[in-house]
Design a protein around this ligand. Structure first.
Ligand code: AMP
Ligand code: ZN
Length: 111
C-alpha cells in the first residue's frame, strides 16, 4: 500500500471504483475515462510500479493476469476479440504508476 497511489487507495477501499472482478491477486474495475465501450483496468493488489519493476517472483501473478484477460473479455461480451495495453513509464504514456493492464473492446479499429 502506497499512500500516494490512487490504485492502492482503490484496492484499500478508500476511493470508490466500479469493480467488475476481484480475487486474491488482482482487482478489476472500469476505467473512469473510458476510451472504448468496454474499458477495464486489471490491477495487481501488490504495488508494482510498472513492467520495468517486475521480478521473477511476479511470474505467477503475470501468468494469472494473462489468463484472466480472455475470461474477462468474454464476460464483457467481447466475443470477437479485444485489445490489451500496458503503458510503461512517462514516455510510454503511463500516468498511474501502479502496474495495470487496459482491457478494451467494442469499437477497436486497426492501430
Ligand atoms: P495509464 O496511462 O496506463 O497510466 O492509464 C491510467 C488510467 O487510469 C487512465 O485510463 C485513467 O482514466 C484511469 N484512472 C485514473 N484514475 C482512475 C480512477 N479513480 N478510477 C478508474 N480509472 C482511473
Ligand atoms: Zn499502488
Amino acid at each position: 500500500m502506497h499512500a500516494d497511489c490512487i490504485f492502492c487507495k482503490i484496492i484499500a477501499g478508500t476511493i470508490p471504483c466500479d469493480q467488475v472482478y476481484s480475487d486474491e491477486l488482482v482487482i478489476v474495475f472500469k476505467d473512469i475515462q473510458p476510451r472504448s465501450p468496454v474499458h477495464l483496468l486489471v490491477v495487481p493488489r501488490e504495488h508494482i510500479i510498472s513492467l520495468s519493476e517486475l521480478e521473477p517472483r511476479h511470474d505467477a501473478l503475470m501468468a494469472h493476469i494473462m489468463r484472466l484477460l480472455p475470461t474477462l473479455a468474454k464476460q464483457q461480451g467481447l466475443e470477437d476479440g479485444f485489445r490489451t495495453v500496458i503503458n510503461t513509464g512517462p514516455a510510454g504514456g503511463q500516468v498511474v504508476f501502479h502496474l495495470h493492464v487496459h482491457l478494451m473492446g467494442g469499437n477497436i479499429r486497426g492501430i
